[in-house]
Design a protein around this ligand. Structure first.
Ligand code: ADP
Length: 145
């Protein structure tokens, strides 16, 4: 039984989210005190800064991006049949795998539930974020195929 469940959500790939829903619900139904932490990581900032484009207002509005990401995360969570008082939402920026591993540590996650990779991509069995989570997380990881 897991108490603190971390579910990283890639809001740009809803098909990945669909894969994990029943598994997250099953874990929640096993433990009446379980809490689910949903996290989405916006990968754009370091990418742009690495291109030397800076954070200028003309390119994109950081706050707007964040509030839109939070809205999309809220929408994605609606597909999960989990009581609202058992849910927490988190937003981070940077490399998804780093944000996921960092949050797992800070909330002391008991388990991370992820999809293995986008179903549309059949050339590999484990995406780069899923692979890093399996390799570096200190807690259990449930990888859905
Ligand atoms: P792919 O390379 O096929 O997209 P990934 O390893 O990136 O595969 O995705 C697998 C899982 O990693 C997703 O189901 C999701 O849980 C997590 N993930 C990927 N990108 C993000 C992101 N930006 N924010 C939160 N979680 C993510």
């Amino acid at each position: 039984m897991y108490h603190t469940i971390l579910v990283p959500i890639d809001i740009s790939n809803p098909e990945l989210t669909q894969l994990v829903i029943s598994h997250v619900e099953a874990q929640v139904s096993l433990n009446s005190t379980a809490r689910v932490h949903f996290l989405t990581v916006i990968p754009i900032f370091p990418y742009y800064s690495s291109l030397g484009l800076g954070y200028s207002g003309e390119l994109f509005d950081k706050d707007k991006l964040k509030s839109e990401a939070l809205l999309q995360l809220t929408e994605a969570i609606k597909d999960f049949n989990i009581p609202e008082d058992r849910i927490e939402k988190h937003l981070a920026t940077g490399a998804p795998k780093d944000g996921i591993l960092k949050l797992a540590e800070s909330i002391q996650a008991d388990i991370i539930i992820v999809a293995s990779h986008r179903p549309s991509i059949t050339t590999y069995l484990l995406g780069s974020n899923a692979a890093a989570i399996v390799r570096y997380a200190k807690c259990s990881v449930l990888v859905i195929r």
